[in-house]
Design a protein around this ligand. Structure first.
Ligand SMILES: Cc1cc2nc3c(=O)[nH]c(=O)nc-3n(C[C@H](O)[C@H](O)[C@H](O)COP(=O)(O)O)c2cc1C
Length: 176
């Protein structure tokens, strides 16, 4: 079982090409029902979600950030993660990142592809989605049935990342 979980985590990819097939509202809600179990500081859960299936809105969003938002162009659905700085001034973005990661993993578990599109309170995206000024648009996740099987992106080697006991400059850490 352990192996299955590890393979699941390692097989997630950012998917940017999607089949022309609808994703049901039930599946999108199922994803969000899982996403709300993400950890957050003080369990404050300073997040809300916007489920977007209207193609004209998704297409409008795809044009806002050049290549970065292009994956939305052919996405069947999108989920915007909106956080509330008044609930968690120091951690709303971190908490929002946690729930976003849960969305990506839940989508993967349900056979969907997804990619995180950074928004970071982008004014045009925020206007399109009619998000109030006092809320923070963290990101928009493009979703759909995958139409590509990308290889894993390269990762930095473990021995360049890990320190033991205290922070040492890389090279001093010869433990592994
Ligand atoms: C905070 C964050 C912001 C990202 N923003 C974008 C984005 O705006 N557009 C995009 O196509 N991918 C975006 N990505 C996806 C990354 O490019 C991707 O996760 C990375 O290249 C590793 O690939 P993998 O997810 O397939 O492992 C973002 C990922 C994260 C975590």
């Amino acid at each position: 079982m352990e192996k299955v979980y590890i393979e699941f985590l390692l097989s997630r990819r950012s998917i940017r090409k999607f089949k022309d097939k609808e994703v049901s509202k039930d599946i999108l809600l199922k994803i969000l029902d899982i996403a709300r179990y993400a950890p957050s500081a003080r369990n404050a859960q300073p997040w809300e979600y916007i489920v977007i299936t209207d193609k004209s809105i998704i297409r409008e969003l795809s044009k806002t950030r050049g290549l970065a938002s292009k994956p939305l162009e052919n996405a069947a659905a999108a989920i915007a993660v909106v956080t509330d700085p008044s609930i968690s001034p120091n951690t709303h973005m971190i908490d929002g990142a946690c729930t976003t990661m849960y969305i990506l993993l839940a989508a993967h578990a349900l056979g969907l592809g997804a990619v995180w599109i950074n928004a970071l309170d982008h004014p045009v995206m925020k206007k399109i989605l009619r998000i109030p000024e006092n809320k923070f648009l963290l990101c928009i996740i493009a979703l759909g049935y995958p139409d590509e099987k990308p290889k894993a992106k390269p990762r930095k080697p473990l021995n360049e990342l890990v320190h033991y006991e205290t922070y040492k400059s890389i090279g001093e850490s010869k433990d592994i």
